[in-house]
Design a protein around this ligand. Sequence first.
Ligand SMILES: [Zn+2]
Length: 57
Amino acid sequence: MNQIKKIFIAQHATATCCRGCLYKWHKIPKGIELNEEQKDYIVNVIMAWIDREIKNN
Ligand SMILES: [Zn+2]
């Protein structure tokens, strides 16, 4: 599986795919620009998921 596809799946699995999911699951408000802390948080969530996937395979 290529990296782009993996990240796409990870974003959906971790509910970081869009602002609606970020709001619903991570309580990050819609309509405001993400700050550095929030971006770091999202990247960490995605990376942790990918890490788990790699270990499980
Ligand atoms: Zn979404």
